[in-house]
Design a protein around this ligand. Sequence first.
Ligand SMILES: Nc1ncnc2c1ncn2[C@@H]1O[C@H](COP(=O)(O)OP(=O)(O)OP(=O)(O)O)[C@@H](O)[C@H]1O
Length: 581
Amino acid sequence: MTTSHAASQQVRIGADLLRQNRLQLGAALLLALVATAGTLAVPLLVKDIISTFGQNETITRPVILMAAAALGSAAAAAASSYLLSRIGEFMVLRLRQRVMEHSLRLPMSTVRAQGAGNLVARVTSDAMLLRAVIDIGVVQLPLAALTVVFTLVVMAVLDWLLVLITVGSFALAGAAIGWVLIRVRRNIVEQQDAVGELAQRFTAYLAALPTIKAFRSEGRSASRLGESAQQLTGTSLVGARLQMWITPVMQLGQQVALVGVIIGGGARIASGDLSVPSFAAFLLYLLQLVSPVTVVATGIGRLQAGLAARTRFNEFFDLAQETAGAQPGLSAPQPRPGTAAVTFEDVSFSYTGVPVLDRVTFTAPRTGLTALVGPSGAGKSTCLTLIDRFMHPDDGKINILGHAITDWPLEELRSRVAYVDQQFTLLEGTVRDNLQLGRAEPASEEELATALEAVGLLQDLTSLPDGLDTTLGRENDLSGGQRQRLALARALLTDADIVLLDEPTSQMDSINEKRFRQVVDDLATTRAVMVVAHRLSTVQHADHVVMLTNGTLTDAGTHQTLMDRCSPYRDLVNSQQMQAA
Ligand SMILES: Nc1ncnc2c1ncn2[C@@H]1O[C@H](COP(=O)(O)OP(=O)(O)OP(=O)(O)O)[C@@H](O)[C@H]1O
C-alpha cells in the first residue's frame, strides 16, 4: 500500500494562494488598481491643462492633481510590487520545503532514478520559475490586460475610428506573438530538463572528485560536463530565438498604430471631427498602451515558463512515497515473544529485472550475532536493505520480530532496526547531531561519552575544535575508520532490537577491530546483531553464520557446523587464513 499523497501534493497555485494570502493578495490588487487608475488619469489631466491654456485660466489645480496622480500611482505600484514579491517568496519557501520533504520520503530506487542533481534543480531553478506565476500571473498580467481594455475604452470615447486603427495594428502583432508563445512553453520544459541533467551530472562528478583528481581526469571530466552545458545552451538559444520576437513585434505593432493614428488623426482634425487637445490625449494613451501590452505579451511568456515548472513539480509530486506499511491509525504491533528477530522465507529480489536473490531462506535469532558471509556480489548487503525495507522482495516472506515486514508501520519498523551502511554515512552537521540521528530524545552527555568510549572515539572527538559540537562534513572530516566507529556509536545509542552492520570493520586497524568485536558481543547479549563481513575473523565467533553465493543460500549454522559440512565455507575460511599467513 502506498501513501497516496499525489492528489493532495499537486501544486495548485490559485487555491494555495487564496487560502494562505487572502488579505495580502487583496491589498496588492487594490494598490495595483490605484496605481493603474493614477496612470490612466494623467493623460486626461494633461488634456485639461492644454484646454485651460486656451481658456486663459490658472493651471495650478490640474497640475497639482496631475502630480498627485503620478506620485500616488508610483507609490501604490511600488507597494503592490513588494507585497507580490513577499507572497511569491513565501510560496516558493513552502514549495521548497515540500519538495525537500517529499524527496526524503521517496523510495531509494526512485531517488536514484531521479538523480540528486535533478532534485536539487527542482528546489532551485524550477522554484524560481514558478515564482513568475505569482509575480506576473496573479496581479500584473490581469491588471495589464485590464489597463489595456480601460485605455482602449477611454481612447474610444476620444475617437472611435482611431481606436479601430490601434486595435487592428496590435491585433496583427498579437497573432504573431501567440504563435511564438506556444513554442516558448515547450522550449522552457526542455530547458528545465536540461538544467536538471546538468546539475545531476555535475553533482555526480563532484561526488567522485577524489577519483577524478587521482586519475588526472579533471580535463576530460570538465569537457564531458561542458557537453552537458552546451546542450543546455543549445536549448536556451532556441528559446532566445523565439523570445527575441516578442518585444520588436509589439514595437512594430505600436509604430504601425502610431503612423496610422497620426495620418488618421490629422485627417480627422482637418475635417473638424477631432479637437487638438483630444488628439494629444489620444496620442499619450497610445504611447502609454505600449507598456501594458508588452507586459501582457512578455508576461504570457513568463507565465508559460512558470506553468511549465508547475508541470514538472506535479510530475515530481506524483512520484509515490515509500510504502507506509500498516494502515495509519492501527496500533503498531509489538514484538512477538519467542519469535526470531528476522526470518527470510524463499525471498527473491531483482534490481530492475536482474535477479539478485533467489528463494533465500534463513533466520536470525532474537539475540546474538548472525554473520552474513559469501563472495562479493552474493547479495549480502541486499538482504540488509530488504530488512530495513528500502526495497521490497519480488517474492517470498520476510518476518521481523514475529510479524510480516509489511505489517509494521515504516517508522516503527525503522525505530526497531539500526542500520550502519557500507559508506558509514555522516550527515553535514555536528558530531552530536550525527550521534543522535536515530533517537527521538536527545542523549545525555554521559550516554554519548559511554557510546564513544565503547568504540574508542571519545578522546579523538572531544579534542576536535568544538568537541562534540564541531560540524562535520566540510572543513572537519574524520578518517574512514573513525567514521565507521562513529556510525557504530550511533547504532549503540538507539534502543533498536535489531542492529544491521554492513562491512563494519573494513577500515579498522586490528586494535579497533578487537574493540569492535567486544562492542558487538556486548550488544548481541540483548539484541539481534546481523553483520555482513568479508573478514571472517570479525565474525568467526558468531552464534549463527549464513552463507550466500550468487544470490542463493549455500548453508547456515554455527561456524563449526559449516566448517564440518559446507565446503564453500571451508574454502572461504581457508583462503583467508592463507592470505593472513
Ligand atoms: N543499486 C543497484 N542497482 C542494480 N544492481 C545492484 C544495485 N546494488 C547491488 N546490485 C547488484 O546486486 C548484486 C548483489 O549486490 P550486494 O551489494 O547485495 O552484494 P554483496 O554480497 O553485499 O557484495 P559485496 O560483498 O561486494 O558488498 C550484485 O550483483 C550487484 O551488482
